[in-house]
Design a protein. Structure first.
Length: 183
């Protein structure tokens, strides 16, 4: 009876209801066309290419900055040592300008300059290699120039002819020594 009262409502057969629902469903439920898939893939490709190019440029910038840093490190590696050596040179030049020099004055000036030099060496980790008499020969730090008869164990230091030097853990110059020969 209600159907007769409301003439606008039209009953559809149940088989047609599924078709009507399919037409009314939004576009999301349907599968995208090949053109739409292609354009979405191309957009992703462009985005990824842009990200790749940015990463590549950043990598090149990092490499270039690292090369510049290494170049500056090589160029200015001795700067600290040079700064410590300038006062030593100044002291030596001032000593030469003194008109009337006495032996005591010269000795005092040389001792003060040697203290400055020693301080510069310590500041820059330049360490003496001065083996004691009787110390075993270390070929990594000592250079034996001769073997002499001695009352000590063979291959031990008898005399130091010239001090050696190390910078940090690297040998700059070996100590020149004579060693005891085997009996």
């Amino acid at each position: 009876m209600q159907d007769q009262e409301n003439p606008e409502v039209i009953k559809q057969p149940e088989g047609d209801a599924a078709a009507a629902t399919a037409q009314a469903a939004p576009d999301e439920a349907r599968e995208p066309s090949l053109e739409e898939q292609l354009s979405a893939t191309e957009a992703k490709l462009a985005e990824m290419h842009d990200a790749f190019m940015r990463a590549k440029a950043e990598g090149e910038n990092i490499r270039r900055r690292a090369q510049e840093d290494v170049s500056k490190a090589h160029k200015f590696a001795i700067e600290s040592f040079a700064e410590a050596m300038v006062p030593v040179r100044d002291s030596l030049e001032m000593a030469l300008k003194v008109e009337t020099q006495t032996v005591e004055g010269i000795r005092e000036g040389v001792e003060m300059t040697l203290k400055q030099l020693t301080s510069a060496f310590e500041k820059n980790r330049l360490v003496e290699v001065m083996p004691a008499q009787g110390e075993k020969l270390d070929p990594m730090k000592h250079q034996a120039v001769s073997m002499v008869p001695a009352d000590q164990e063979a291959n031990t230091v008898v005399n130091v002819l010239q001090k050696g030097y190390m910078i940090a853990d690297r040998l700059l110059r070996p100590a020149i020594v004579t060693v005891a020969q085997p009996k």
